[in-house]
Design a protein around this ligand. Sequence first.
Ligand code: HEM
Length: 93
Amino acid sequence: MKIDWPSHLPVMVQFWRTIMFGDGGYQRNPLMAHMKWTSEVRMDEQKFQHWLDLFHSTIDELFSGPNADLMKMRSANMATMLPRRIKEFQNLS
Ligand code: HEM
């Protein structure tokens, strides 16, 4: 699949602002957004772990301090939770 970055990136900014500072206005459901793509894009634990490694090294390159630590903790929780929930939903259908 080809990601439409010009439309995807602003959504990512909204999402992370909402997670980190509560002011991004993101009100959608990321789980459902990913469920739409599971037949086209591999979304298992290893893929999410790879995403998490890249995300954490990017945070470390650019930031340090309590917010950087919090963002690493929250992203780690999501990278664990999302593939589990995706699998649960797939088993239901
Ligand atoms: C390898 C891991 C991942 C893959 C392959 C993946 C893939 C995708 C894809 C295909 C979309 C839809 C893009 C579009 O509509 O153009 C998407 C949207 C999104 N992803 Fe991921 N994703 C991954 C990990 C994550 C993680 C860990 C998070 C959260 C921390 C996340 C948060 C989001 C959000 C917030 C959206 C936007 C949903 C919306 O439209 O409201 N993704 N992702």
